[in-house]
Design a protein around this ligand. Sequence first.
Ligand code: GDP
Ligand code: MN
Length: 370
Amino acid sequence: MKIYEYQAKEIFSNSGIPIPQGRLVTKQENIKGELSKLSFSKYVLKAQTYTGGRGKAGLVVKARDEKRTLKEAQKLFKRVDKILIEEQVDIKEELYAGFTIDKSRAEHRLIFSCSGGIEIEKLSRDHPEKIITKEIDIFTGLLPHQLREILVDLNFDKKIKNSIYRTIQSLYEIFIRYDATLCEINPLAITDDGEVVAVDAKIIFDDDALFRHKDILKLRIPEDEEPLEREAKDKNLSYVKLAGDIGCIVNGAGLAMATMDVIKHFGGSPANFLDIGGAAKSVQVEDSLSIINRDPDTKSIFINIFGGIVRCDEVAKGIVRAKNKLNIDKPMVIRLIGTNDKKAYEILKKEGLSPYKNMSQAAKAAVSGL
Ligand code: GDP
Ligand code: MN
């Protein structure tokens, strides 16, 4: 689960990480009135989005006085509903500090760089030598010497080094306490006055651990989420939007990956993935088809189900019901195999649908049928 910068900054602030002074302003509010409550010498307006790279997209704007801030806010409100208005910080240096999970090594990882401000993906591509990473053993946790190793070579005075140390340590505590998959400060700024300030804040939480973080779940703003994603979440289906044009319904994460690979292999590109899960009934299949069918990027539908606990006849019933109820006119390729598949084939054939058994043949048909 993602949260907005202003929400992440509140968590930062509660953990003692210094953040700039600021105020969230929404479209519905009286911007002028809200602005008059702030008395900053200069401002920065930050559109609140769940995606990064706002600086480049013109969604982070500096303004030197209240009047200009008002003007810029009105412009930004044409694109977003929430803006964080902050006191502009005089930045001398931009650092990067972040924690992630290295799944392949079953370790946590601290990433640090003195060249912050740009996206870490870009930095690691163009200047990998400027990135320091520390593997964190999950049993010992982040060790003080690992932070000292990073700080020892930095050209800052002791007070600044102490602040960086405390900030990274607090960031790690947040990362652990909330079961985050990413905690990132980019840039972590050193100001002209020698203060250390988190100018940006990003936290992504592990969805599978949210059940034990009720306070984090409260930060979810359903009306700001993508409507189809929200609907899927509410129905306990996992839906992932992608860039292509073949809508995919699968069961299980492994089959989702395999389906993507085989579609790519035959030259196609998935528009999305909807995983109905390992124990789905016909109603989940019907809901899935309804969601996929409303994705405007879906030009054809590929249903790839391996019947285990999920019974193929249930899947077939769901497909038939959805097809008749929703008047789906997009080409549909069905590949079903496993528990009760014979029954499923009968149900589908009665409706004039001919399912595939072989995954490659089905994928080929899904790709060429466009
Ligand atoms: P992102 O592009 O979505 O990661 O948004 P950021 O919050 O990181 O802002 C983008 C860039 O704007 C930062 O890397 C800074 O260089 C700049 N920026 C943001 N806030 C301030 C500020 O208060 N003062 C100064 N000087 N620059 C800022
Ligand atoms: Mn940033």
